[in-house]
Design a protein. Sequence first.
Length: 253
Amino acid sequence: MAIKRIVDEKRKPGQFIITASANITFLPKISETLAGRIIFIDLFRLTIYEISSHLKDEPKAIKIFSCATAERCWKLLNRIESKRIDLRKITFRGGFPVAWLEDNDVARQEWFKGYVRTYLERDVRDLSRIQKLYDYQRFLSLTTFHFSQILSRSDLARDSGIPYTTTNHFFDLLLATYQVFLLQPYFRNIGKRLINSPKLLWNDTGLALHLQGINHWADAERLGRSAFLIENKIVLEVNIILSAYMPLVKIYY
């Protein structure tokens, strides 16, 4: 209420910066939404561009996205000098700074374990009065086996053995806490984009692997998860770049 009053008295952008690990509009303790007085900026994990570049120039991919024709896009692609990056390593470690910088695989998994525990005990309980955290944690892990696939909430409910209404509630919590995001299908008919099922993507591939119990890239390949992981990582990278440099552009599958 105090922030609302100050903003109404003096309309000056940037007076307050409010940070949170969850979408504050979902917090039950907040009675004022600050509607019309606030903008939202999503802070993503580290990207391949940030890890492998000096950040002096904008990503070359932006020019590709701006191409008016496929021919122009192809010419630009052929002129770009590619960098050698270990995509498997980047995908496996994810984008959390601590997890990315940790070279010890065991220590990294311990960090992910601590992250999941604090996430369950802090963010989830702040957002919802969940009594059975075990069911939510089981649902959390199960959802990682559905990434890069068309979302079916009924399948999630069936596979987890959790009632459909509870599954919807749990999934909304995943969205509210920025664990997952949805990629809408493309149709010329805008109405179809809204009613057809989106694809489910995770915001951090390293965390998703941890929740699946996969501790080595070879295990991901052996279990047939590597293709889904790479697709998830590429979509995530494109989404982050566009949000930073071309915020009005939307991506579809």
